[in-house]
Design a protein around this ligand. Structure first.
Ligand code: NAD
Ligand code: TYD
Length: 387
């Protein structure tokens, strides 16, 4: 792949971000530049999940540099370290969708494991070359997921930093492997790294393969809202702006070698989430011919190995570093739905072409013969006396 490096900020202390054109990465980059936190270099391969349009508003800012390339490319990564002499690395780049990892795990091992290894090696060699204040302040922040901890039953306490790793999907396993590599590079080579494990994010710029933006995009077009299994799986939702503020806090004040869990304190079943999205759309798009949008729900075949519940105990981050999420799920979800309504062109742009193939591949085989609509499901449940 041709590596295109644009921008001019070679003299200011930079932060090297990987995967900054993706969902969380672009929110981080926009927040960082808006808060004037310093120069930033964004290394991104621009896979299907990376979208330069997310960063159009900052592309001409002199503090921002975009490097198009792969984190597995050790020559390019070393060159970026030499050229920009970053004071920190914030590592987002990953294959991130569980369903894609089930259908094709290979890319997950390449980017999430090999890519993290390549970055760690380059960071280690760069850190070894530093002296004095530059060496003191260097940090490697590895952004990971709560999915490394596996699944919880309803009564289990939330994941904390000492919860044993038990990844269940190829995605989670690849992220767990990358976390272990970071841990080893801290302990063996003294790399000043910190790991964060966060819960499900939602907010602007999320690719509509994930639950919330998929439901919004489908509902607006009157398409089925595919709920996997019984829809009672629980996730702990974190507004992306709260996540990026937590990352800035950890980068500034987090202790080297530590793990910090980041969560929004918003446990909701998937069905609750879909219901809230539908109700917001009923309110915000009163003229829609698809109202009530909840009628579009369709129960489909479950995801294999589907984790039942995730929940995060973020007390370490809150107590030690004073971070708190600002958004409740109600306020964050409203902002999110409003953003998607105001950015229909963005959605249209990312849902053409290859996206349609993904939808076909992931959903065409999920048809179910039993009670698939919300109305039929309610009747069936009533018949069994479950509701
Ligand atoms: P995303 O899929 O939206 O974006 C990933 C970005 O990485 C894209 O811009 C893509 O082009 C880039 N990328 C992929 N492979 C690359 C490679 N080999 N080299 C360089 N760039 C590459 O992901 P996201 O949702 O923004 O997640 C970011 C990070 O946060 C990931 O590490 C993910 O595991 C973690 N995380 C995400 C969530 C969530 O809810 N989205 C929750 C917990 C943790
Ligand atoms: P997702 O957004 O893929 O995140 P993750 O798998 O990392 O938690 O899915 C969130 C939840 O929503 C998960 O329990 C799977 C479920 N889900 C559906 O029910 N239907 C869908 O079409 C998608 C994409 C997800």
């Amino acid at each position: 792949m041709a590596n295109v490096i644009t921008g001019q900020n070679v003299n200011m202390a930079s932060t090297l971000v990987t995967g900054g054109a993706g969902f969380i990465g672009s929110n981080f980059v926009l927040g960082w530049l808006a808060a004037d936190c310093g120069a930033l270099v964004n290394l991104d391969k621009l896979t299907y999940a990376g979208n330069p349009a997310n960063l159009a508003s900052v592309q001409n800012i002199h503090r921002y540099t975009f490097a198009h390339g792969d984190i597995c490319d050790s020559t390019l990564v070393a060159k970026l370290f030499r050229k920009h002499r970053p004071r920190a690395v914030v590592h987002f780049a990953a294959e991130s969708h569980v369903d894609r990892s089930i259908l094709g795990p290979e890319e997950f091992l390449k980017t999430n494991v090999d890519g993290t290894f390549t970055l760690l090696q380059a960071a280690r060699s760069y850190h070894d070359s530093l002296a004095g204040e530059e060496r003191e302040r260097f940090r490697f922040l590895h952004v990971s997921t709560d999915e490394v901890y596996g699944t919880l039953s309803p009564a289990d306490p939330a994941f904390h930093e000492e919860t044993p790793y038990a990844p269940n999907s190829p995605y989670a396993a690849s992220k767990a492997a990358s976390d272990h590599l970071v841990r080893a590079w801290i302990h063996t080579y003294g790399l000043p790294a910190i790991v964060t494990n966060c819960s499900n994010n939602y907010g602007p710029y999320q690719f509509p393969e994930k639950l919330i933006p998929l439901m919004i995009a489908n509902a607006l077009q009157g398409k089925a809202l595919p709920v996997y299994g019984d829809g009672m799986q629980v996730r702990d939702w974190l507004y992306v702006g709260d996540h990026t503020s937590a990352l800035r806090t950890v980068l500034e004040r987090g202790r080297i070698g530590e793990t910090y869990n980041i969560g929004g304190g918003n446990q909701r079943s998937n069905l609750e989430v879909v219901t809230m999205v539908c109700e917001l759309l009923d309110e915000l798009v009163p003229k829609s011919t698809f109202r009530p949008h909840l009628q579009l729900v369709k129960y489909v075949t479950d995801r294999p190995g589907h984790d039942r519940r995730y929940a995060i105990d973020a007390r370490k981050l809150e107590g030690e570093l004073g971070w708190r999420p600002k958004e409740s799920f109600e306020t964050g979800l409203r902002k999110t739905v409003e953003w998607y309504l105001e950015n229909a062109a963005w959605v249209e742009n990312v849902t053409s072409g290859a996206y349609q193939q993904w939808i076909e591949q992931n959903y065409s085989t999920r048809e179910r013969g039993d009670a698939t609509t919300i109305e039929a499901r309610r009747k069936a449940d009533a018949g069994r006396g479950t509701r």
